[in-house]
Design a protein around this ligand. Structure first.
Ligand SMILES: C[S@@+](CC[C@H](N)C(=O)[O-])C[C@H]1O[C@@H](n2cnc3c(N)ncnc32)[C@H](O)[C@@H]1O
Length: 289
């Protein structure tokens, strides 16, 4: 039944179809009480495509020649990309002071370090990690790679551009701002070129466990504030993928409100002085390759 705005309402059946379709694609579960949110966020898509109701939109997503790109646009409209530089400082401090020395010792021979920011949004997390590597002063002359991936091509484009405003910098100290950014306009900075050179970005759907986003295994994964949008089976599949992509002894950094309780026994919990992190065991563990 149309609202007086002329916008179509989403029926319960349309909500179920669209919700299940989105879940199957990316693992993001739109809760039942979020029907209105879904409706509001997808209205502009119906308008853009000249469609009159959500059933037609659902059929478009399933069968139209443009379905792939439209599905990405729909998921974009439904996901949260909130992020900023130096988010969760306690964890970053523990990473710098307690994890990096371990990785330095372990990789002293190869002098190579690879870190994956999975669900990197517009790149702040990946660049933050690169800045921490530089800041540590431990890896001069090493081959350092930080790879950021996300399901949203829009945020990846922003990440590649590497330009940010005040909101992204709300947790960045003045000295880090001076050291790692250049001004490009009023209230606008760009990440310095040497930091950008350490970081690359690529499209990857964490739900797609068969497509491997990185050629080699990594020493640490940051997958922060991404799993919260998935339900338990989707989280378990993602965690298995992360396990497989970590070197034995590699670290998994989750968001501060996330943990592996009832989700995975593959990782061991590491009690650092400043924080708790997870690690793929050196040997054995519950699974993976
Ligand atoms: C809230 S942001 C977190 C950004 C950053 N990790 C942080 O903690 O600041 C969540 C990101 O996860 C991405 N995401 C959601 N589902 C995904 C999926 N199935 N595969 C890859 N990325 C996904 C979203 O596009 C979004 O950019």
């Amino acid at each position: 039944m149309p609202f007086d705005t002329g916008r179509p309402e989403m029926t319960a059946e349309e909500f179920r179809l669209l919700r299940d379709f989105v879940y199957a694609y990316c693992g993001i579960l739109v809760r039942d009480d979020m029907k209105y949110v879904m409706e509001r966020r997808l209205w502009p898509r119906l308008e853009a495509l000249g469609l009159t109701d959500f059933s037609t939109y659902y059929r478009y997503l399933r069968f139209d020649a443009q379905r792939r790109s439209e599905l990405e646009t729909a998921v974009e409209a439904l996901t949260t990309h909130e992020t900023y530089f130096f988010r969760e400082p306690r964890q970053l401090k523990a990473f710098s002071e307690e994890v990096l020395p371990v990785l330095e010792r372990r990789n002293a021979r190869s002098r190579r370090l690879r870190i994956w920011s999975a669900g990197c949004s517009s790149g702040e997390e990946a660049y933050t990690v690169a800045m921490l590597l530089l800041e540590s002063g431990r890896f001069e002359g090493w081959e350092l790679e930080v790879h950021g991936t996300d399901i949203s091509r829009r945020v990846l484009n922003a990440a590649r551009l590497g330009e940010y405003g005040p909101s992204a910098l709300r947790s960045t100290s003045a000295d880090k701002l001076a050291r790692y950014f250049v001004h490009v306009g009023p209230n606008r900075v760009r990440v310095r070129d040497d930091v950008r050179a350490m970081v690359s970005f690529g499209h990857h759907n964490l739900r797609d466990v068969d497509s491997v986003p990185l050629a080699s295994r990594v020493d640490a994964v940051f997958c922060r504030n991404v799993l919260i949008y998935f339900d338990a089976p989707a989280r378990q599949r993602v965690l298995r993928l992360l396990y497989d992509k970590l070197v034995p002894g590699g670290y998994l950094m989750l968001g501060h409100s996330e943990n592996l309780i009832n989700l995975s026994a593959d990782f061991e919990l590491v009690h650092l002085r400043g924080d708790l992190v997870y690690r793929r065991p050196e040997m054995g563990g519950g699974g993976g390759t």
